[in-house]
Design a binder for this molecule. Structure first.
Ligand SMILES: [Zn+2]
Length: 216
């Protein structure tokens, strides 16, 4: 049976203090509802599910929820009372994954990085070499289109410490036609190839343009 609904699932601010993730998310939404011809084609063919604030009770903390949990370490077994937003999002994704009419093509979890520069990604490591190669294509496309995206900072790993993250958990749950990434953007600045001084990210300048490049 052919799957009819292609879905891209985006989450941001599971780490609530990472406010640049919201600027990226806003850039995605602004672009998707715009009259840009690519946005129109995307709207015709893809369903975008966007959770702009995955950890709404924790905004006065950098990483944790109000109850002290780092929600991005609880994807394996979220509790409906201790991690309700994560529990609900995971349930929705699991349901979509079981729906034969839905093809969940991308899961992207947006973060901001407090020490690294540029935009970059984390991806998963798979036993099948071919799957790993396919997964590496999207970061390569970003690098070609966005001057602030760094392929050299992009990495693929299966650290035990990251096992409870959305990217790792869903990479194991979803089938091999799905692509799961963590998208990181620096809190501060980026360096372009050949430049000698960093360019600061600003809310409505660089970060939004980063996103427009991302979807190009
Ligand atoms: Zn984070």
């Amino acid at each position: 049976m052919t799957r009819e609904k292609r879905v891209v699932f985006l989450t941001a601010r599971v780490h609530p203090g990472e406010s640049p993730a919201s600027f990226i998310c806003q850039g995605v939404i602004d672009f998707l509802v715009s009259q840009h011809p690519i946005a129109q084609v995307l709207r015709d063919h893809v369903i975008f599910k966007i959770v702009p604030m995955l950890n709404p009770d924790g905004v006065s903390y950098l990483l944790n929820s109000l109850m002290g949990f780092d929600l991005n370490r609880h994807w394996q077994d979220p509790s409906p009372w201790a991690h309700p937003t994560l529990h609900a999002v995971k349930q929705l994704i699991v349901q979509m994954n079981q729906d034969p009419k839905v093809s969940l093509e991308f899961y992207i979890d947006v973060h901001a990085h407090s020490t690294m520069m540029n935009g970059f990604m984390y991806g998963n490591v798979f036993e099948e070499e071919e799957r790993g190669q396919r997964q590496a294509v999207f970061p390569q496309l970003l690098c070609q289109n966005a001057p602030d995206f760094s392929l050299s900072s992009t990495s693929f790993n299966r650290d035990m410490v990251k096992a409870g993250t959305g990217r790792r958990f869903l990479g194991g749950l979803l089938d091999d036609t799905s692509y799961c990434y963590t998208l990181e953007v620096s809190f501060y600045s980026y360096m372009t190839a050949g430049s000698t001084s960093p360019v600061p990210y600003t809310e409505d300048g660089c970060i939004l343009s980063f996103l427009l490049h991302l979807i190009k």
